[in-house]
Design a protein around this ligand. Structure first.
Ligand code: G
Ligand code: G
Ligand code: MN
Length: 542
């Protein structure tokens, strides 16, 4: 292109605006258009700005070019309903002319386009020549009601000083980052950082060059507000605006783009809407009441569980304060809320609150308060988790009670056991227990004292050791008979006592049966009948 060509183009009024949609990522709503200059060449068709803008800039024709583009753009105002905006580009060289704001105002007012719906895009390089003058001009633009956007952010100097020095409302993320974001971790990080920067400065973020659904998903996930690019539409001439404005909302996510290899490292990483759905499910399904209060103690979000605890619906809480929602409980919570607002985290705060149903016992809950901080370490809100531990407390109490009862009965048992033992030991008869096969299981200590045979030696058939050899066979016979028939035992035999004498004893016992009639145990006693025997013998002799 020659200088004469561009001059001729301007004279013939061949430079025109094209309009590219700006779209809100979360909703797909059309927010406005960026105005991009095109030279409608009689032979070459539409010529792109890269081929004529810098030439116009170098030759002092940019002002004239701007007038031609802006005037035509503003004339589209009638087909551009509220609140759609127009974003226009001004070249770095124009930011030196203190007349720029006045020119823009004149052009807009002439066409009846409201300045508050105009965004002026400035590239960072424009600020390098003369920051002071740029400050004056941008201040004026702001005073006129225009919004200011920093264009192609990330490619130029990206000086934070510029961001601070000029009153930007929007950051436009350069399309080079958007293009590589889905494949390159670093680009993704840069985009995330710019979005974060935008959030903390209170600037809207607009991603340029959005071409795929995958990019849009990721941008949304990173928190970027707006997008611009071929995915939403190429720059079009003014006559196409009405159909774009009338088009139905872009579905937020018309079918998920298949996550490519570039989408995170793990296939488990879900897409933003799925992620949100998952988080929401966790939030609502938690067996814990959860909410977030902003620094004015208004409910920003809460889960169903907490709404149930408080009574009113989730929606009824939003924007309200605990003082309004649970006035009777607020005095209990207030001290903790105030401390959390001071930045203190508290856990395990036990609160007793009256039951929502009258007549029911008090509810007991454990509450934790976690302050949320912004980048400047200021508390921006409080995250609260509430667990109802009433049932837990009740079972704990019941457990303690039953524990006590158990201890008491054990005590009683032990006592009765002692009574029993005492009874057994003081009994003049020796007591024994035997199984169904005739094995001795236990004897009282009187047997041990009488025979000198320990309990261990007495066990099984050990007791036979104490018997007089002559009495062994008849005793065994009688025992066998009793075991077979289940009839009571009643036998007499001599045992060798500790002092070496033979003593007559009488052993008697009876079986115990289980419910099906089988013998499970024999219980019996051995009685010293020696004196009686001797008397009988004496009588018999006399
Ligand atoms: O759409 P595209 O190829 O049209 O834009 C190329 C570059 O030209 C972009 O950086 C854009 O900011 C710039 N540009 C487009 N239209 C104008 C305009 O009207 N004035 C100025 N100064 N720059 C423009
Ligand atoms: O003002 P700025 O430099 O942002 O101008 C936008 C430029 O980006 C224009 O050249 C425009 O045609 C171009 N553009 C707009 N959308 C896309 C896109 O989705 N992909 C690519 N590669 N370029 C785009
Ligand atoms: Mn731009």
């Amino acid at each position: 292109m020659e200088l004469s060509d561009i001059r001729a183009a301007l004279e013939r009024d061949e430079v025109e605006p094209c309009f590219q949609p700006l779209v809100e990522l979360r909703t797909g709503r059309l927010a406005g258009f960026e105005v991009l200059a095109r030279w409608k060449h009689p032979e070459h068709g539409y010529v792109l700005p890269e081929n004529f803008i810098s030439l116009a800039e170098k030759n002092g024709l940019i002002g004239q070019l701007m007038q031609q583009v802006f005037r035509k753009a503003f004339q589209s105002a009638p087909v551009l309903p509220e609140p759609l905006v127009l974003a226009v580009n001004v070249s770095p060289t124009q930011l030196h002319h203190l007349t720029l704001p006045g020119q823009i105002r004149e052009l807009a007012e002439e066409a009846g386009f409201p300045l508050k719906r105009l965004t002026v895009e400035i590239t960072e390089s424009a600020l390098l020549y003369n920051l002071e003058r740029a400050q004056i001009i941008t201040k004026q633009l702001k005073a006129m009601g225009c919004r200011l956007a920093l264009d192609d952010f990330g490619t130029g100097y990206s000086s934070l000083g510029h961001l601070q020095a000029l009153p930007f409302d929007e950051l436009k993320i350069d399309r080079s980052f958007v293009a590589s974001m889905t494949n390159t971790r670093d680009s993704r990080k840069i985009v995330a950082a710019i979005v974060g920067l935008g959030h903390s400065l209170g600037c809207m973020t607009i991603a340029e060059g959005v071409e795929t659904e995958e990019q849009a998903d990721m941008l949304l996930w990173l928190g970027c507000g707006f997008g611009q690019g071929w995915l939403y539409g190429h720059p079009v001439t003014a006559d196409k605006i009405p159909s774009l404005v009338a088009a139905p909302l872009r579905a937020m996510h018309p079918g998920f783009s298949t996550p490519g290899d570039g989408w995170g490292a793990s296939s488990l990483e879900a897409l933003p809407t799925q992620r949100l759905a998952q988080l929401q499910a966790i939030y609502d399904g938690a067996p814990v009441g959860l909410c977030f209060l902003d620094s004015n103690l208004r409910y920003v979000s809460l889960n169903k569980r907490l709404a149930e605890m408080n009574g009113p619906s989730v929606a009824a809480h939003l924007g309200k304060t605990p003082m309004e929602m649970v006035p009777h409980l607020f005095p209990l919570y207030e001290p903790y809320l105030l401390r959390a607002l001071q930045g203190e985290a508290m856990e395990g705060v036990e609160v007793v609150r009256p039951s929502p149903t009258p007549g029911e016992p008090d509810r007991i809950s454990l509450t934790s308060y976690q302050p949320a901080f912004d980048e400047a370490d200021e508390v921006i809100g409080i995250s609260i988790a509430v667990v109802d531990i009433t049932e837990h407390k009740r079972t704990e109490e019941a457990l303690r009670e039953s524990d006590e009862a158990l201890r008491e009965s054990v005590e009683a048992l032990r006592e009765s056991d002692e009574h029993y033992r005492h009874m057994v030991e003081s009994n003049p008869q020796a007591l024994w227990v035997m199984d169904a096969e005739g094995n001795n299981l236990d004897v009282s200590s009187r047997w041990v004292r009488t025979t000198g045979l320990s309990k261990e030696r007495t066990r099984h058939l050990g007791w036979l050791e104490a018997l007089h050899p002559d009495d062994l066979a008849p005793t065994m016979k009688a025992m066998k008979e009793a075991l077979r028939t289940g009839k009571p035992i009643d036998i007499e035999y001599r045992v060798k006592s500790v002092d070496g004498e033979w003593k007559w004893m009488r052993s008697r016992g009876s079986p115990r049966f289980n419910p099906s009639g089988e013998i499970i145990r024999w219980y019996g006693s051995v009685e010293d009948i020696d004196e009686r025997k001797q008397m009988e013998e004496a009588i018999g002799r006399s």
